[in-house]
Design a protein around this ligand. Sequence first.
Ligand SMILES: N[C@@H](CCC(=O)N[C@@H](CS)C(=O)NCC(=O)O)C(=O)O
Length: 239
Amino acid sequence: MAGSGELKLLGAWTSPFVIRVRVVLNLKSLPYEYVEENLASKSALLLGSNPVRKSVPVLLHGGRPVNESQVIVQYIDEVWSGADRPSVLPSDSYERAVARFWAAYVDDKVGPAWLAILFLSKTEEERAEGVERAVAALETLEGAFADCTKGKPFFGVDGIGFVDVVLGGYLGWFTAIDKLIGRRLIDPARTPLLAAWEQRFRTAEAAKGVVPNDADKLLAFRETLLGAPLDIFQNRVTL
Ligand SMILES: N[C@@H](CCC(=O)N[C@@H](CS)C(=O)NCC(=O)O)C(=O)O
């Protein structure tokens, strides 16, 4: 098994993409050095490690960078496998393909809606439209959850898995959205299975201290971003 003494994660505390990696590092009980990046003034290490995207997360393993959160999660799962390290992806090839499909769906559908609601909508109507798009994607995921889990608590085979961490990374910002719109984005009436899943994920040991739950702090952070002419989001978002 590869050594774990040389892991460094470049991140940002609010980033859904960073959070999913941290949850997996916790699940695997891997010690790592966490470096909080200021995305308005990126470090030379970040720019040198991820020159193409210049984004977080970046995982440095023995000094070598791995980029893109879903790639990082799969890398960690492959390198640190075995009986003492719970697997995030299923061992069965077909089930693995299904998990990858739904993880991609989350970032294709929930990700842009999240950005629209919090950062890109200019009017109440545009925000409401973003909320509806998010809820529609969550309804589709509700069906996937029922199909994939057949009564189990998480998408993963034996606990928190790939789709769980990919979707769970957004839950911090969902807390802020809940406060902004005055109701739960993961609506217990429309998506009861996911609403129960949300509570389980938030309280899981691996998510504690990693998934933010302070809506006011997140909304204050959002205000600073909205007030700054940063290119943090518009580069990669297709609405
Ligand atoms: N697809 C990427 C998205 C990463 C991403 O968008 N990170 C944001 C923070 S939430 C970032 O670093 N933005 C800075 C920039 O793009 O300049 C991943 O999954 O890792």
